[in-house]
Design a protein around this ligand. Structure first.
Ligand code: C2O
Ligand code: CU
Length: 488
């Protein structure tokens, strides 16, 4: 199960001493997003291989499943304003890192090898300092051989609770984690990536699942209650059109960031399109006892049932339907009047190597890259002619742009390929301003879908650090659709 890349990495890393900067708080105050006095929750985290019956309780045992702390679909939960001090240990046979997707924290804990840290070799450790300044649904996952490790299950949910949410008063909470498995009929892993998939829409799983179950979960919730349904696409490839069979449903938050509630009825086709890494919080009002609400992916040729909510009598009386607004996010917002423009094309790559000149060979970042090959072996994609490094050109590409801390930017992305690209910017929550193709509500996000022939504009206030910007269809990212910004 160890990939050729993993083997090379493991042997390259064998001579290195495990890197363990133990004291958290080594992060310069200028990069921190919480005061030094913020409460700290310290815990250990491991990544290791387990065995699991992914095809159902009567199915075969799958070996080499990857999981944090040995548990698939783990949920870490903490109040907003907490700082996580995570002592991570890599018990996998391959190098890895941990990336805290969507969390506004210091780039030194962003987990992107080789840009913000070296890979954590097998048996190695790394301490992450993860401030949680914003409420919402996030997740964490490796940022090295992501397609392979996430594909085999390595991710966990991170739920940041805002005490002010208590007043909003939901009657139940339910998680929908969309994650398929790529298994042969004997229950063992198929190759996570194929050249055909990487160059097109991605390589899909063979077994669809919700929360790891191949039959849609049935969740009992109070009749006439308001259920907070929290969905995440943790799959490496799949794009879903999330919707449900009741009109009494609202979008409350995108990528964890609250927006004024939007009725599903007000959306084109009554659905919200979600690609890998995207999250959506919705409110579903339940009907009377014994009735059900079904939540579907309408993108499949036959609507695919994700979860059934079953109304049970808990003595709750019927009340008039009201959308429940969550507390508004407190993220730094861009100033559109003074914003500078950045324009990029999402495109297929011109060739197998980097098009632009790379950093000088003695640059520390170039050196870091040589000891860590967190890159794909082929290039299919590019951002304005730049592709992320490949095996053939082991140099970090130059930054897409050097930005200045505190300055606002409007970033426009034009997709000139035939496939959708859910684009993610690390370390920032951005405003989605406009699409050339569709009308959308105003919202904040960390990952945004860009459809073929569409131009999407986002705006953000830049924060110091080295931040990658990439497609979250993991094979696209692994084969070139990734760049980085240097913010100084
Ligand atoms: Cu989920 Cu580079 O990110
Ligand atoms: Cu893509």
């Amino acid at each position: 199960m160890i990939s050729r890349r993993g083997l090379m990495l493991a042997s390259a890393a064998a001579g290195l001493v495990a890197f363990a900067p133990s004291a958290i708080g080594q992060v310069p105050a200028s990069l921190d997003t919480l005061p030094a006095s913020a409460p700290v929750r310290r815990f250990g985290l491991t990544a290791r291989e387990i065995e699991a019956r992914l095809m159902g309780p009567d199915g075969p045992v799958t070996r080499h499943v990857c999981a944090y702390d040995g548990a698939l679909f783990k949920i870490v939960r903490a109040p907003r304003g907490t700082r996580l001090a995570v002592d991570f240990e890599n018990l996998l046979p391959d190098p890895t890192t941990v990336h805290w997707h969507g969390v506004r924290g210091p780039y030194l804990s962003d987990g992107v090898a080789p840009l913000t840290q070296d890979v954590v070799p097998p048996g190695g450790r790394f301490s992450y300092n993860v401030p949680l300044p914003d409420a919402g649904l996030y997740f964490f996952h490796p940022h090295c051989d992501e397609t392979g490790q996430v594909g085999r299950g390595l991710f966990a949910l991170l739920v940041v609770d805002d005490p002010a949410e208590q007043k909003v008063g939901f009657d139940a909470e339910c998680f929908i984690v969309v994650k398929d498995w790529r298994l042969a009929s004997d229950g063992q892993w198929l190759a996570m990536s194929t050249d055909e998939g990487a160059a097109n829409a991605g390589t899909f799983g063979t077994v669809r699942a919700t929360n790891g179950q191949i039959t849609a979960p049935r969740v009992e919730v109070p009749a006439y209650g308001d259920v907070r349904v929290r969905t995440i696409v943790a799959d490496a490839t799949r794009v879903i059109d999330l919707g449900c069979d009741t009109d009494d449903a609202f979008i409350l938050a995108v990528d964890g960031q609250a927006l004024p509630p939007v009725s599903f009825k007000a959306l084109p086709d009554d659905i919200w399109r979600m690609g890998p890494a995207m999250r959506l919080d919705m409110q579903v009002r339940m009907p009377g006892p014994g009735q059900e609400v079904k939540i579907y992916d309408y993108r499949s040729s036959e609507p695919y049932l994700l979860t059934t909510l079953v109304a049970v009598d808990k003595g709750k009386a019927k009340t008039p339907l009201r959308a429940k607004a969550l507390p508004q996010p407190k993220v730094p917002l861009p100033d559109l009047k003074s914003a500078k423009r950045l324009d990029y094309l999402l495109q297929v790559s011109a060739g197998p190597t980097i098009v632009s000149p790379a950093l000088p060979a003695d640059d520390p970042l170039s050196k870091a890259l040589v000891s860590s090959l967190c890159v794909g072996s082929t290039t299919h994609w590019a951002i304005s002619r730049d592709s992320w490094a490949t095996d053939e050109a082991l140099r970090l590409p130059p930054p897409l742009a050097t930005l200045s801390n505190g300055t606002s930017y409007i970033l426009s992305m034009s997709n000139v390929t035939k496939h959708v690209h859910p684009m993610h910017l690390h370390g920032h929550v951005f405003r989605v301003l406009s699409s050339s193709k569709k009308k959308m509500p105003q919202y904040l996000a960390d990952t945004v879908m860009v459809e073929p022939n569409e131009t999407v504009e986002i705006a953000f206030k830049a924060v110091s650090g080295n931040w990658v910007f990439h497609c979250h269809i993991l094979e696209h990212m692994d084969t070139g659709l990734m760049g980085w910004f240097k913010v100084v």
